[in-house]
Design a protein around this ligand. Sequence first.
Ligand SMILES: [Zn+2]
Length: 447
Amino acid sequence: MYRPAVLCLVAVFAVVTAATVKRHPVTVVVSFDGFRPDYIRPDVTPHMAQFRDASAAPPYMRSAFPTKTFVNHFTMATGLNPETHGVLDNTMFDSHNETMHYTYEQFHYDDSVVPIWIQNENNGEGRHSGVMMWPGSEFPYQGKTPTYIEVYNNSIHWNSRIDTIMSWIENENQPANLVFAYFEEPDRTGHKKGVGSQEIQNQILRVDGTVKYILEQLKYKNLEEKINLIILSDHGMETVTYDRMIFLDDYVSNMTYKSVITGPNAFILPNTGKFDEVYTNLSSGANTSKTFYVFKKKELPDRWHMKNNPRLNGIIYLLSKPSHAFWYSFYQNILDKTTKEMFRTGTHGYDNDDPLMHALFMVSGPMFKKNFTAQPFDNVDLYPLISHLLTLDETANYARPVNGTIAGVEQLLLSPKSSSAGTSSSSSPHVLAGILATFIDALKKYQ
Ligand SMILES: [Zn+2]
């Protein structure tokens, strides 16, 4: 009695699935916060190890600087460098020199900045985006939000999040052809317990189990060869002990400045008339302790693509050396529950050239090479890659030139974009437009 009904359901499902994936190529991007590429080991994370070996994957992906969560998720979503999209840390000064953390203002430095999940829908023709907890996704951009959105809520079971994503892709009327999904571990536990802890190991196992569940669902729904699945992270993680903590009070009076400290990174805003005094004291402290670097805005290295942003005006920027960090309330909360000897915290935000800050990337799907070890690339290049997968119109009037280029990532593709277009990617109009836009942005901000 049940059999006809089951067959009927299967038949309907097959039709829906076929229609869904036929109309537009489907791309799913899954981020596991703070997952270091070297966490993958065949004996510990067998499903991720198998996926990586069968897919196209570099040994690591270069994060944007600072190697922080909001900075990197927004860089990947917009294809823009931090100085262009304006998210310069998870917590930073707002326009009134007050602290802001995950606010509309933080993600709206420039209203022309639009994440790819909005651009996907701007391209029309039945394109729909679904975004699951990706940092920055709950804010509208140019007044628009994606068709499907789930705001950050760490109490929602991970498999349930996967089930929701599948329902977006399989929706009969508005199937999602682009999904961005965020998972908060192993970063959260890494911060509290450090890299070598049993607690973070448990979260790494949880991530592997979730990857297994995603792959099982795709197989069960016969979508394995129809969906381009990108599994990545935003940055790495490093352990810091109490003896590596930097106390700014040792070098400069806290009556002479305001600060936003986020671990290895610090924005220092000297009081009126105190800039030179604070800078001199901090520079002297850096020279004697050799534990951190001090930068005026114009001294920040060009390769960080951070300095040309007015949000740093009047700021002295500090970066600690590897395995060091600036003491702030988060660390005090950890110390309150332990001793100085037992104190272990995980952190990130260091130089994006630091190997421990590197991020994970692996991709499998019909448009990608299999069993392919790629060269490392920058995560700002993901936008042009995904734009290519989704066949977005890069010349449309709503498209914004980006800083990322296809050049670093087309090595992953079965059919490189440049050869299919009959032109070299390094000289494509899109790339030149991006370079020109960056140059114009820089000029505007210096005026
Ligand atoms: Zn993160």
